[in-house]
Each structure stands twice: as structure tokens, then as C-alpha cells.
Design a protein around this ligand. Structure first.
Ligand SMILES: NC(=O)c1ccc[n+]([C@@H]2O[C@H](COP(=O)([O-])OP(=O)(O)OC[C@H]3O[C@@H](n4cnc5c(N)ncnc54)[C@H](OP(=O)(O)O)[C@@H]3O)[C@@H](O)[C@H]2O)c1
Length: 242
């Protein structure tokens, strides 16, 4: 049997790091990030580290070419972990007046355009006779039908748009790459830099560790069948309405 390869993109995410620590136990691992310092430790000695300056498409194309020319095996899992909720320049909006073009562009570029560019450029490498499951990190707040609270305009929209891109891509892939399954994943509120400023009101027991989420996600990916559709699932493996 050919060697199975897992690719983790946006690998400096706290959840991605926990995922990588599980994957490295029994699979070939490729990690891609702007900062791969975490992976310069012994347990990742067998991992392939790909460092990028930024996520412009030219950098993405060059990373994909590196994988194409140097990997020996079949890519069976891809995790695309990008996501920002706040940054030096923006905070999630509480009211309409907080909406800004600059913040919206920053959030949608990181959360939607960047994952889509990975998908676009990776698909030729993933198309084969072997199963490949591609997980893109989403969020329940990206569900249009579940939106009861409002606010967080840019983040919600970026995740809803990502979901729509995945739905459309799944229709196309069901014709031209039936071996690829797309999963839009909501990790639940997890203790990472992204959620840090918003953890105060999280009920006891509802703030997950990255370790827990990583284990849940790997189990969900393993149990998800190829069905020519995109699935929007939470950390329990339950479907979320789009
Ligand atoms: N934590 C939660 O409670 C929670 C809840 C729901 C959904 N999520 C989703 O889970 C995913 C992982 O988040 P996390 O909590 O692990 O966050 P995190 O530790 O803050 O990781 C941030 C991630 O976003 C990437 N990133 C940061 N700025 C970027 C930019 N300007 N352009 C492109 N990528 C950028 C980072 O890539 P580098 O590796 O290059 O730094 C890294 O992959 C995200 O999609 C997030 O929306 C998290």
C-alpha cells in the first residue's frame, strides 16, 4: 500500500498543532505555515515543513509545486485551518456602525479567499483513485439558517461564503474528482488565541482543549463517507444546517 500523507495548512493554529501531534504518530505529515517554529522539535523530525512569506497565490502555487515534486505517497487528508476573528486592525462588529471595508477585506481574505486558493491549487494533486478528505475550518456562526444573534458581520460572512464555495466545489468535484470529500468543520469554542478575548461567558465545560478537538476531528474524518457532497459538521460529528 502507498504511504498515506496528511497535509496541515495554517499549521501555526493552536488546533492545527494538536492535530499534527496526533497525525505524526502514524502518518506522513506535511505542515504549511508562515511560521513553522513549533515543528522544529524532535517528534516532528519526519515531517516536511513548508514555510511561506504570506498567502498570496504565488506563494501557494510554489508550496503546491514543492509538494508535487517531492512527495512520495498518496495524499489522504488535508486540513485547512486558517481563520481570524480579530487582529491588530479589527475586532468583530457589535453593530452596523462598526462595519469597515478594511476589516471586512482582511477577514474575508484570511478566512475565505486563502482556503479557496488552496483548494483550487491542490485539487490536481488530490485527484486519484484513492480517497482524499479535505477539511476546511468553519464556524457555526457561518450558518445562515442558525443566525439568531447577529453581529460579527465580517466573520460570519466569511464563514458563510466559505461554506457556499465548498458546496459549489463539491458539485463540481462529484463530476470530476469523485475521490474527494469536502468537510466544513466547526470545532466548538476552543481555547486558542482566536477565542481568548471571548472566553469569559463560555459556560463551564464548553471551552474545549485543542487536544480534544483534534481527536474528535480525526475520528469524524475517518467515519465520513465519500458521497459527492460537502458536509457542514460540528465537533460531535453532528450536521449543522447551512
Ligand atoms: N477557537 C475557536 O473557538 C474556534 C471556534 C470556531 C471556529 N474556529 C475556527 O478554527 C480555525 C482554527 O482557529 P484557531 O482557534 O486554532 O486559531 P489560531 O490559533 O488563532 O490560528 C489562526 C490561524 O489562522 C491563520 N491566519 C492568521 N492570520 C492569517 C492571515 N492574515 N491570512 C491567512 N491565514 C491567517 C494562521 O495561519 P499561520 O499558520 O500561517 O499562522 C492559523 O492557521 C479557524 O478557521 C477558526 O475560525 C475556531
Amino acid at each position: 500500500m502507498e504511504k498515506q500523507i496528511t497535509i496541515i495548512i495554517g499549521a501555526n493554529s493552536a488546533i492545527a498543532k494538536a492535530l499534527a501531534q496526533e497525525v505524526i504518530i502514524d502518518q506522513q505529515l506535511i505542515v504549511i505555515s508562515r511560521n513553522v517554529d513549533f515543528y522544529e522539535q524532535d517528534i516532528f523530525a519526519s515531517a516536511r515543513l513548508i514555510s511561506l512569506k504570506n498567502y498570496d497565490e504565488s506563494e501557494i502555487v510554489s508550496a503546491v509545486n514543492t509538494i508535487k515534486h517531492s512527495s512520495n505517497g498518496v495524499i489522504s487528508r488535508v486540513f485547512i485551518c486558517h481563520g481570524i476573528l480579530h487582529s491588530e486592525n479589527c475586532q468583530p462588529e457589535k453593530r452596523l456602525e462598526d462595519f469597515s471595508v478594511q476589516a471586512f477585506n482582511e477577514v474575508i481574505t484570511a478566512n475565505t479567499i486563502t482556503p479557496m486558493l488552496w483548494l483550487k491549487n491542490l485539487v490536481p494533486l488530490l485527484t486519484s483513485k484513492s480517497e482524499c478528505k479535505v477539511t476546511v475550518f468553519s464556524a457555526r456562526v457561518g450558518s445562515i439558517s442558525d443566525n439568531e444573534l447577529g453581529g460579527w458581520y465580517s466573520y460570519r460572512t466569511s464563514k458563510a461564503a466559505m461554506n457556499m464555495l465548498l458546496k459549489s466545489a463539491a458539485v463540481e468535484l462529484s463530476r470530476r474528482a469523485k475521490n474527494i470529500k469536502l468537510i466544513s468543520f466547526h470545532p466548538g469554542t476552543t481555547d486558542t488565541p482566536l477565542s481568548k478575548p471571548f472566553q469569559a461567558n463560555v459556560p463551564a465545560g464548553k471551552l474545549f482543549t485543542c487536544d480534544f478537538v483534534a481527536k474528535q476531528l480525526l475520528r469524524i474524518v475517518k467515519n465520513t463517507e465519500l458521497d459527492g457532497q460537502a458536509s457542514f459538521v460540528d465537533w460531535q460529528g453532528n450536521l449543522i444546517p447551512w
